[in-house]
Write a protein that binds this ligand. Structure first.
Ligand SMILES: [Zn+2]
Length: 126
């Protein structure tokens, strides 16, 4: 089950972050997932809840943000969101574009008991 692996990766990220913040209790983890990853939201939540059941993380919230895939135009180098698999550049109307993302899993934030969200392994842009 694909979603079980994703949920497990999310929890590994949480565990890593919590080791850096001893004494804090995680309340909610936010992740961004590319729509192209083909993750079923219900299955992911089910897997997540199943993995934290009867652990110290039981009750941890999961906030998933789905992102449309991104493409880059080969003609004018413009980057844009892809909708309905339409690789049409909004800048020059060229269809000569390539997908540059869409199946990523990225940590957005981790909310801990003191209500201070912190960036958890956030990738810096470029
Ligand atoms: Zn273009």
């Amino acid at each position: 089950m694909h979603e079980m692996g994703i949920a497990s990766s999310i929890l590994e990220g949480v565990a890593t972050e919590m080791r850096r913040r001893p004494g804090c209790r995680p309340l909610k983890v936010g992740v961004r997932i590319g729509e192209m990853a083909g993750i079923d939201p219900e299955s992911l939540r089910f897997a997540f809840d199943a993995l934290i059941l009867d652990t110290e993380l039981q009750g941890l919230g999961l906030d998933v943000e789905y992102r449309p895939p991104r493409a880059r135009c080969r003609e004018c180098a413009r980057e844009f969101d892809v909708h309905n698999f339409e690789l049409l550049c909004p800048g020059c109307a060229s269809q000569n574009a390539e997908c540059i993302s869409g199946d990523e899993l990225e940590f957005a934030y981790l909310e801990v008991e003191d209500h201070e969200p912190c960036a958890a392994g956030r990738k810096s842009p470029e």
